[in-house]
Design a protein around this ligand. Sequence first.
Ligand SMILES: [Fe+2]
Ligand SMILES: [Fe+2]
Length: 165
Amino acid sequence: MELIVSEEIDSEFLEIVKPILRNKEFLKLGNYLQHQKTSRLEHSINVSYIAWKMAKNRDCDERIAAIAGLLHDFCVYDFKDQLPEGELHQAFYHPKAAAWASEEQFGIDEKVRGIILTHMFPLGPMPTCKEAWVVTCADKICASLELVHIPFALSWRQRVMIVPA
Ligand SMILES: [Fe+2]
Ligand SMILES: [Fe+2]
């Protein structure tokens, strides 16, 4: 899996997310559909970009928002797979799985972990910092547009193309 990134994208954003987008385990998200035609990788990049943009305009830490946005659904499995024992629903379970995977691959800090764990609010705990509110809102905006097949953010004009290996 390879990503081709258009020159239109802010280099400031790319500098922040580049180390994650080079990670082979993370790129496996391209193998899973998230919202009908959108892959989980494309969705994650969109959320990251929208969260970065929103954070920049709201006196938030845009770096944290971009990273947490990119990692919020870092789950390398099909959401239709069976849940571990004791887990009730994927909506409540997958933020924990994403936080574990992010910790394992990137050694995230507590703030990023908290943002990942609260991104499904109101299905799950309430965000506790401005960047977490930004990511949960960005996730909902992206999911809504992806579900009705509207290309936007980094899916618009093929700003990021995902090329299968
Ligand atoms: Fe999610
Ligand atoms: Fe998401």
